[in-house]
Design a protein around this ligand. Structure first.
Ligand SMILES: [Fe+2]
Length: 704
């Protein structure tokens, strides 16, 4: 007898959340925002996370004031950036805006929700109360400036879409470039428009046919629009109001500094020619703030032990663990060592799909983890700064005010979970370790580091704001001791803004190993105006700080280091106490401690001349390619490429501090072998020797 009974498939993960803020100190408040695509009741806990790796997973429930049960409902992702302005005219007689569309659809300008000029399949159209009484017969061209003008006549709406003059274009001003796509909407009676406008303005007050008093809510972009807009204006009561698009209310973080209709390449810094940068770049998938209601508020005691905690939601429709990084409350710091969570790098990689499609030592997944499946099922949760908007523009902004599914325990391969392994290792090795984030360093400056003798990085601290770097440098100059346990660190400049808390911006200017390139003329950050790009190109290469800087990347396999004679120099021999042989790290994720992204010592790039190169890895595969900023022509470098190298470097600083750098993301994958099989792990031994000596107050002395 057969049965047709099959177990019900596990429902896909429905429960997700985010918290605000995610970098806090004891004594602070954190708000959890969470939702479930299907209504469900979830158990809520606070847990303190040990290793987040699924094979070594550790978490402890911590007493808190959180409710035990929370009801979760479906909440939308309000993706799509747009701009609004409220203007007061007794009677609106006309309005306009310049547009530079990159996609075929979306709203251009709307008066309330009732009257919308939009693009439909590239053709301008007018929609009134949801119906489309007029549509142009031909589409407009993408990626050129047009002027949209709407005239509100007593019983008629006229919309004109005409090409704006294009700098440097030979045909500028000729007849074929001046084809007007004009549409007239004959309204039955004046009152029709009146009705439409009333929908837009519930506060309006009728003063007779065609005449009202109140605030006109004008909206630009939205409704699926991709592209740029500039120079909005409105006319009424015999006068015209004009605005700079970047200065009006922007929603869901469009790019507030992009080249406008006047940009002709003569100005490259928006601060030097704001008139060239009067446009805003919109995308229908921009998402700054999911805006979900608060599920629960966590009030941390001032003396809450520092660590990585998670809001843990458990339900029949899946679980979620939303990390929150807790630094010591004011005056409660006791540890000498702090682990610096690279939260900026987590933001850059937020919701990156790379571990789904396969990379980073892992083949494409046959079975996705629930978090990964969620990213596949819900692209509207937004992109990482490694991805593109559908129009091909690189994603320059990322926000933590939305679920970030790869900053979750259990996600493998890159970033957060490896860093929890490093933190767990440090906790096993040292009497006390505090957690700080680079976001706190950005906020508080070097003062955040002052209580600490030793700072240990994560596996990939790639993204640094000027304030972060300034703080780290000042602390090092004062005798701090830096243990850099990663690769490709201190690489990109990023920026933050008080106007958009929780968001981060990166401009990928000029050069670098990168997912995309900033558009011409758009190399300066909107947040603060700094020129963007690689710190190397900004005169502050990682080598100056860490002794090593980005050299190469490759993801097929890793390799081991070989000890150099300098490792037996009395200045550094203690680092190898208990380490036998010359081969270091011939095991780990990917098969070695040197891999993924690797850094090399190079005095030409600022590595200190007195630094000791203790060990080097050179035996990489053909896939390990020199970093792109060191390709000067399309010639494949001879193999082995002398620039492709991972170096372990140690040096002392004048103030009695020191720096130890491993120059490899894969160091983490060998480090954690120690807890996996218990064998004597040289990578763990070296790391422990370094952090213990660095925690010892005895000063280091520079040679000579
Ligand atoms: Fe990276």
């Amino acid at each position: 007898m057969t049965s047709n009974h099959v177990p019900a498939p596990r429902p896909a993960k429905q429960v997700v959340g985010y918290c605000d803020p995610w970098s806090v100190r004891g004594g602070d408040e954190v708000r959890l925002h969470s939702a479930s695509h299907l209504p469900v009741q979830a158990h809520l806990d606070l847990v303190r996370l040990g290793s987040g790796h699924h094979r070594r997973f550790e978490e402890d429930v911590v007493p808190s004031d959180l409710p035990d049960l929370v009801d979760l409902d479906d909440r939308p992702y309000p993706a799509g950036s747009y701009a609004t302005i409220d203007t007061r005219f007794d009677r609106l007689t006309g309005l306009g805006v310049h547009i530079w569309p990159t996609g075929p659809d979306g709203d251009l300008v709307a008066v309330g929700d009732a009257v919308v000029v939009r693009l439909v399949d590239g053709r301008p159209a007018v929609s009134i109360d949801g119906t489309v009484p007029a549509k142009a017969e031909v589409p407009i061209e993408p990626r050129r400036w047009y002027e949209v003008v709407m005239e509100v006549l007593p019983a008629r709406l006229e919309v004109l879409v005409r090409p704006a003059p294009r700098a440097g274009e030979a045909t500028q001003g000729t007849v074929d470039m001046a084809v007007d796509l004009d549409m007239a909407v004959d309204l039955q009676v004046d009152a029709d428009l009146q009705v439409g406008m009333d929908v837009a303005r519930p506060d309006s007050r009728h003063q007779g046919p065609g005449r009202t008093t109140g605030t006109w809510r004008l909206r630009f972009a939205g409704g699926g629009f991709d592209g740029k807009m500039a120079r909005p204006w409105a006319r009424g009561d015999g006068w015209v109001e004009r605005w700079r698009m970047p200065d009006i209310a922007l929603h869901q973080l469009p790019d507030p500094v992009v080249t406008g209709p006047a940009w002709d390449g003569t100005v490259l810094d928006p601060a030097e020619g704001p008139g060239h940068y009067d446009a805003v770049g919109f995308h229908h998938d921009d998402l700054y703030d999911a805006g979900w209601p608060v599920t629960a508020t966590l009030r941390l005691g001032v003396d809450t032990p520092s660590g990585i905690y998670c809001f843990r939601l458990r339900s029949t429709l899946g679980d979620d663990r939303v990390p929150v990084f807790v630094a010591p409350g004011p005056g409660t710091q006791t540890a000498d060592v702090a682990f610096l969570v690279p939260a900026a790098t987590y933001l850059a990689y937020a919701n990156h799909r790379m571990t789904i499609s396969g990379s980073d030592f892992f083949p494409a997944r046959a079975r996705l983890r629930p978090e990964q499946q969620y990213l596949v099922d819900h692209p509207e949760v937004g992109l990482s700064q490694y991805e593109y908007h559908p129009d091909g523009t690189g994603v320059a902004f990322s926000s933590r005010l939305r679920p970030i599914l790869n900053t979750r325990p259990g996600a493998d391969g890159w970033g957060f979970t490896p860093d929890t392994d490093i933190l767990a290792f440090l906790r096993r090795t040292l009497p006390a370790v505090d957690v700080l984030t680079d976001e706190i360093l950005h906020r508080e400056g070097a003062g955040a580091l002052d209580p600490y003798r030793v700072l240990v990085t994560g596996s990939h601290p790639e993204y640094w704001s000027t304030a972060m770097l300034d703080g780290l440098e000042a602390w090092l100059a004062g005798g701090g001791r830096l243990v850099y346990l990663g690769g490709n660190g201190f690489y990109w400049r990023v920026a933050f803004s008080d106007r958009w808390p929780g968001a981060m911006e990166v401009r990928r200017a000029e050069d670098g190993t990168r997912a995309w390139t900033s558009s011409p003329g758009e190399a300066h950050h909107a947040f603060g105006g700094e020129y963007g790009g690689l710190w190397r190109r900004l005169g502050r290469p990682p080598n100056l700080l860490a002794g090593v800087g980005f050299a190469a990347q490759g993801f097929d396999r890793a390799t081991s280091y070989r000890r150099a004679p300098a490792s037996r120099d009395p200045r550094a021999a203690w680092i190898f106490d208990g380490v036998d042989g010359d081969v270091i790290g011939d095991f780990g994720v990917g098969g070695g401690a040197a891999g993924q992204e690797v850094d090399r010592f190079d005095t030409a790039l600022g590595s200190p001349a007195h630094a000791l190169v203790l060990a080097s890895a050179t035996d990489f595969s053909e896939q390990m390619l020199r970093t792109k900023e060191e390709f000067h022509a399309t010639v494949i470098p001879a193999r082995p490429d002398p620039l492709v190298r991972a170096d372990i470097v140690f040096f002392e600083t004048a103030a009695g501090g020191a720096v130890f750098s491993v120059g490899s993301i894969a160091w983490w994958g060998a480090l954690v072998e120690a807890s996996a099989d218990g064998r004597d792990n040289q990578v763990a031994r070296i790391t422990a020797n370094v952090v213990r000596r660095f925690a010892d107050p005895a000063p280091f002395k520079m040679p000579g």
